[in-house]
Design a protein around this ligand. Sequence first.
Ligand SMILES: [Fe+2]
Length: 274
Amino acid sequence: MRNLTEENLTDAVLGRLSDCGNPRIRQVTASLIRHLHAFIRDVEPTPQEWFAGIQFLTDTGKICDDKRQEYILFSDTIGVSMLVDAINNRKPIGATESSVLGPFYVEGAPERSSGADLAPGEGPGVLVSGMVTSTDGTPLPDAVLDIWQTAPNGLYHVQDSAAPEHHLCGKLHAGPDGRYSFRTLKPVSYPIPTDGPVGKFLEELGRHPYRPAHIHFIVSAPGFKPVITQLFTEGDEFIETDAVFGVKNSLVVNYLPDGEEWKMDFDFVLEPQH
Ligand SMILES: [Fe+2]
């Protein structure tokens, strides 16, 4: 076809996919073209607006390096990361729900037994405790909880050169009854990085960059599907407006006074691997 018009252009582009030998790439590309063309027809951008879009994507790529992933941040802030997470983690009722991994997970946190203190000498602390079970209620004594969170200054240890290595992190092994406990500090709410194109984008939209306070977990046990999740603090001022849309009701927890410190209980429920 050589008489390409506003009306027939989409079909012409889709037609060029017929020689693609990979059915999944063909399906994904066809969907992308259909949706992108529909978006352009909806918005009718001027050439200047089209170029502003190109410039945003260019700037987003330029700021990425081996430590910073601005495209993931973009995906997070428009709800795409949580949508992909939801599609890939359809849990049976009762199983602990998932949330995004986030950019601050570091493998290789020190192994710790249940009862460990992740913040010795710092306080006031929180005693976090609970149980890890299967969806049928069976305790899972071989469960491991990989834990990471912010310090009171709002930084993860990987962001803070002054923090001790693996500060407020650990790979905690549940006890023989499937119970676990550890002492840590209350997490705090923090802003996602705002010094790049995504920060400017949020500002343009009139959105704040904050995430409500949370502790990250990857909970696993042999024979069970691991869950990547976060526990959010009830009453946090950003609980309704998480910048990355990660909050679920079942993951919101209460911190209760416990003498001079705090306590928080949460039971994790894992789904058997099929
Ligand atoms: Fe986080």
